[in-house]
Design a protein. Structure first.
Length: 764
């Protein structure tokens, strides 16, 4: 009996209960959609890391020996140890002289390559080479083809034995690209025996260990007598850490979006159940009089929210994994390389579903417990009318000058405060999410202009080969009226004797100060670097606690000595972190300036024919690569805008529907008094519009902070200042206002169909 009653009640109040179902479904859709990507990604990465025996620590130096590796293996908590040589080279000209990281090994114990096609990597094979499969696919290189690597001054031609990947290159991007283009970045594995004997000097020791490898630095330093450049952990490997930051960002998104929809669902349940229980006061009294216990009646009314929220959660879980989760995985698999990455699922979704169901049930319980306290004999009689007391708005000095429409709606808001709060809060959250989504799109364009118009004050960049001499580079610079740039990996610290925890791995850019390669300050204004000082990027300065005038210490991967430089500028860059300094200051420290790139405003495409130039990229090429990489951001923008629209529509329609149901008798009375349907519709539209305006005004300032938090969650390697255009606020507000007006018209037909006789009979 009660089950059939529940079905009838749901049908009679379909709009409100459908809202509960939709909000619960969307909450789990958001959660499982993002989590499917995160859970699946982390599981695939864990399996990948175990298969590869991925290193925990990297020790960089100039020339390591087997004896030194054995000493590291003897350090407490160190497990597996391996020597290898890493060198940055170039591919052949027919492959656009792409950047090629070459690894020469005599064994494969740590960070073992994962074979994608062909034969597995064999460090004893001196005639074979194994290539990054993304690079090979981009250039259609097949197993059995000949491939030439230009590295360490050698032209090494070998036969492609297979294609592979490794956890170190889950993210791979050429230094010349703003974002990933696999035509321009690759890596190759070969036997160390392919190198001449005088070049077989290992510059890395990689190892696995228990716990944090940086905590072992004192023991490692003692084992090597301090004869190494620096020690790094996984956080210092950009190819690995970039995806770690990305997944952490998506994890936070899943909770933020879910919380918004759950909060709105609670307001909807509370208002819906409170109105229903009040309407069914006589029915509850009848059930009590017939001997039905309060506990059973409570469970009956709790079943509404439990059933609908449970069905919504189940639908949201399925939808999240199969739709948005799959879409996210497919999208990110184009930019990150993790074998076996599929949408994932775990028990957290069930736990969250149970939490939502319990919260919804609690909201329903609080809404109906007051009625159940009434004695059955009293509950059988209709509730006595509330004393009509002046509302707070009637104390306004201009109250009598307001129109009937305004006074009527102000009184209604004062009587139905919870419904008004739901309308304002829901609209505010919808406005916030809308601004967040559209603001993310504005931020992408803002960063694009900042990066390509301000910082990169040039039109072409020519990448120089490793064998390029300083004289050859200077001749090119003079020919094309350009500027030479040197870039390399370094470690920085705030102290000359730092501990491992206080060292940050980043990049050093050395410029000639000709105004083509620029730096910007905290306010994103382009400023010159003062002679005798360096520019340190903001996030790294904040992390080290440094400011203008302080000293920063740095050293290269091949140097064990810490250099010191005075900070003259705290700079910002969207994707490059570290230090920028002038060439004359760099050389004054006894360092050799070795340019890696020429930038110029003149067309230097013809320089491709020069033996010292590996590739030439125009600004349009770089912009195209950047735009392609922003496809992921576009997906997030569409996602946020879609759910913001859904949230606003559901909340405003539900608010209007509750308002209509609660005032149906009043509307019938107004129709008897001669009010037209359009006039009554305006009563609903006016109140919705008021609530929308208040929600919009409250939501306007709330989009900036979460947008900046979203950008900052990408990690220290990315510095994107958020920017929201004034027109974005106008567009978002106009949409909310438009929905509010549209909702009013949706009740036009229902107002026309009010049966005045039947409704007024119910008032007797």
């Amino acid at each position: 009996m009660l089950f059939r009653k529940m079905l009838r009640d749901i049908r009679s109040n379909l709009a409100q209960f459908l809202s509960i179902f939709i909000l619960a479904a969307v909450a789990l859709w958001c959660y499982t959609g993002f989590q499917a990507n995160v859970i699946g990604g982390n599981k695939a990465r864990d399996d990948f890391n175990k298969t590869a025996n991925f290193a925990d620590g990297w020790i960089y130096g100039a020339s390591f020996t087997k004896e030194q590796a054995d000493k590291i293996a003897a350090v407490d908590k160190v497990k597996d140890v391996q020597l290898r040589t890493e060198a940055l080279g170039k591919a052949d000209e027919k492959y656009n002289t792409a950047e090629l990281y070459c690894y020469f090994q005599s064994e494969q114990t740590v960070t073992k390559p994962y074979t994608v096609s062909g034969a597995g990597y064999d460090p004893t094979d001196t005639e074979g080479v194994w290539l990054f499969y993304r690079f090979a696919d981009a250039w259609k290189i097949s197993v059995g083809d000949k491939f030439t690597a230009h590295v360490m001054g050698q032209d090494i031609e070998k036969t492609v034995r297979g294609t592979l990947t490794t956890p170190e290159y889950e993210f791979a991007c050429s230094s010349s690209d703003a974002e990933t283009d696999y035509h321009n970045i690759g890596f190759a594995y070969m036997s160390v025996n392919v190198l001449p004997e005088d070049l077989r000097a290992y510059n890395e020791i990689i190892f696995t260990c228990e716990g944090d490898p940086l905590k072992l630095e004192d023991s490692i330093s003692e084992a090597l007598n301090g004869d190494y450049a620096f020690l790094a952990d996984r956080k210092s490997i950009d190819g690995y850490n970039r995806l770690t930051d990305e997944l952490a960002q998506h994890d936070s998104f899943s909770y933020i979006f879910s919380a918004v929809f759950i909060a709105i669902a609670l307001l909807v349940i509370t208002t819906t159940m409170k109105r229903m229980v009040a309407q069914q006061r006589t029915q509850i009294g009848t059930l009590n009089a017939l001997g039905m216990k309060n506990r059973k009646i409570i469970m009956h009314y709790l079943s509404y929210s439990i059933v609908l929220s449970a069905l919504g959660c189940l639908f949201g879980i399925i939808l999240g994994v199969l739709t948005f989760g799959r879409l996210m995985v497919n999208m990110f698999s184009d930019f990150y390389t993790v074998p076996g990455w599929e949408p994932g699922y775990d028990g957290k979704s069930i736990i969250l579903s149970l939490a939502i169901i319990l919260i919804c049930a609690a909201a329903a319980f609080l809404s109906c417990k007051q009625i159940l306290k009434i004695h059955p004999s009293e509950a059988l009689r209709p509730a006595s009318a509330k004393n009509s007391e002046p509302c707070i708005f009637e104390k306004l000095p201009f109250w009598k000058k307001l129109s009937f429409n305004a006074r009527y709606n102000l009184r209604d808001v004062a009587r139905s405060k919870l419904r008004a709060v739901m309308g304002v809060f829901g609209t505010m959250m919808g406005m916030t999410v809308m601004v967040l989504g559209l603001g993310a799109y504005d931020t992408v364009n803002y960063v694009r202009d900042w990066y390509f118009e301000d910082i990169q004050n040039y039109s072409y960049q020519a990448l120089l080969t490793d064998s390029c001499t300083l004289d050859e580079a200077a001749a090119l610079r003079d020919k094309y009226d350009g500027e030479l740039i040197s870039a390399q990996l370094i470690s920085i610290a705030a102290d000359s004797r730092p501990t491992s925890d206080d060292i940050i791995s980043c990049k050093l850019a050395v410029t000639e100060g000709r105004g083509l390669y620029c730096v910007s300050d905290r306010d994103l204004d382009v400023v010159p670097i003062e002679k005798g000082t360096v520019a340190l990027t903001m996030k790294q300065a904040d992390k080290l606690g440094l400011k203008v005038g302080d000293t920063v210490y740095w050293k290269t991967t091949s140097d064990s000595k810490w250099n010191e430089s005075r900070i003259g500028l705290i700079s910002r860059h969207p994707s490059i972190t570290g230090i920028t300094m002038l060439r004359e200051d760099y050389e004054s420290l006894g360092q050799e300036f070795k340019p890696t790139m020429l930038v110029t405003k003149n067309d230097c495409t013809a320089s491709k024919s020069e033996s010292c130039v590996s590739a030439v990229h125009s600004l349009s090429d770089l912009k195209a690569a950047f735009d392609k990489s922003m496809e992921v951001m576009d997906l997030l923008v569409y996602f946020m805008v879609f759910f913001a629209c859904l949230l606003i529509i559901v909340v405003l329609y539900n608010s209007g529907n509750l308002s209509f149901n609660e005032r149906e008798k009043e509307f019938a009375t107004l129709k008897v008094l001669g009010f037209r349907t359009s006039a009554i519709r305006r009563l609903i539209s006016t109140q919705n519009l008021w609530l929308s305006v208040i929600g919009v005004l409250c939501g306007l300032p709330l989009g900036q902070a979460p947008l900046q938090a979203m950008m900052d969650s990408n990690g220290d390697a990315v510095d994107w200042p958020c920017y929201i255009k004034p027109t974005t606020y106008i567009i978002a507000a106009a949409f909310v206002m438009g929905v509010s007006i549209l909702v009013g018209f949706m009740f036009q037909r229902r107002i026309k169909r009010i049966d005045m006789v039947e409704v007024l009979k119910g008032m007797e």
